[in-house]
Design a protein around this ligand. Structure first.
Ligand code: PLP
Length: 274
């Protein structure tokens, strides 16, 4: 079941969740969309009241906080992405976070074909041949990638500080450009700015992307509206999600972006939006 997002943050709207729960519902999945934390207190209450699991998609949210708590700490289980476009990265891969020892034990073999870990086998006095306890996947993170990711985790604070500076710089510059709205973030949460997506209010967003490209500035969409993708065959109406998919424009953003680069982006956007 798809549930629409809030009109400001593009995160799941907790007020709409109750109506989507049916006897078949097992879990609620919330997304810290583009690195903006979702309404985890409300979502936790709804999950608890209805006896449902809560899953946090924190793919974009390493280092983000909601009411003083770290993203990835909400719900029964959370997933971070280490894909190249994320705030910390080792190219591909991810991290699962949970407070549940039971869930962690369940996940470990699933990552590696459903077999006992090499560490567990190494320590055993008997045969070190693996035993397959259930059908699993090949979701292993290579040691080399894990080594890179570990260093990235240590740099998270520095990388976040750069992105926050860049986001504040964009927000200040956007204030006097007509036809564009800077990202809206409530005071009780700190995003990661994995993506800096503005809303194009009147112009055709795809035409803006094309015009920016002609001026040497790469931009892209912000979010997909999943309920409109053919794979799901969904009938849900999620107007806010659809609006963001049509109007979001992700400006260049990285931990290395300089103010000079941002000035170029802003000048190009000002020119394109007239
Ligand atoms: C919200 C969200 N969930 C999940 C993913 C998938 O992450 P990965 O590519 O590491 O599987 C992404 C990546 O784009 C994402 O933005």
């Amino acid at each position: 079941m798809f549930v629409d997002v809030r009109s400001d943050t593009a995160t799941i709207d907790p007020r709409l969740v109750d109506a989507a729960i049916s006897p078949a519902t097992r879990a609620i999945i919330g997304i810290d969309a583009l690195g903006v934390p979702a309404d985890w207190d409300e979502l936790s209450d709804i999950a608890r009241t209805n006896g449902l699991a809560l899953v946090e998609d924190a793919a974009c949210a390493a280092g983000g906080t909601y009411r003083g708590r770290a993203c990835g700490s909400f719900g029964d289980v959370a997933a971070f992405s280490l894909h190249a476009r994320k705030g910390i990265t080792c190219g591909e891969g991810g991290v699962i976070a949970t407070d549940s020892a039971e869930l962690a034990e369940r996940v470990r073999p699933l990552v590696c074909f459903g077999m006992e870990s090499a560490y567990a086998r190494q320590g055993s006095a008997g045969s070190s041949l693996p035993r397959f306890t259930e059908l699993g996947y090949n979701y292993k993170l290579a040691d080399i990638l894990a080594a890179i990711a570990t260093v990235q985790v240590g740099r998270l604070g520095t990388l976040l500080a750069h992105r926050r500076r860049a986001a504040a710089y964009y927000a200040a510059a956007l204030a006097d450009i007509d036809g564009v709205r800077a990202p809206q973030v409530p005071d009780d949460r700190e995003p990661t700015w994995q993506t800096y997506a503005v809303e194009i209010l009147e112009a055709d967003r795809d035409a803006v992307i094309a015009s920016l490209r002609e001026l040497g500035v790469q931009s892209t969409i912000g979010t997909y509206a999943q309920h409109t993708q053919p794979v799901y065959g969904a009938t849900a109406s999620c107007p806010n999600s659809a609006r963001f998919a049509e109007r979001h424009l992700a400006l260049p953003m990285s931990a290395e972006i300089s103010e000079a680069d941002q000035d170029r982006v802003i000048a190009a956007l000002r020119r394109v939006l007239g």
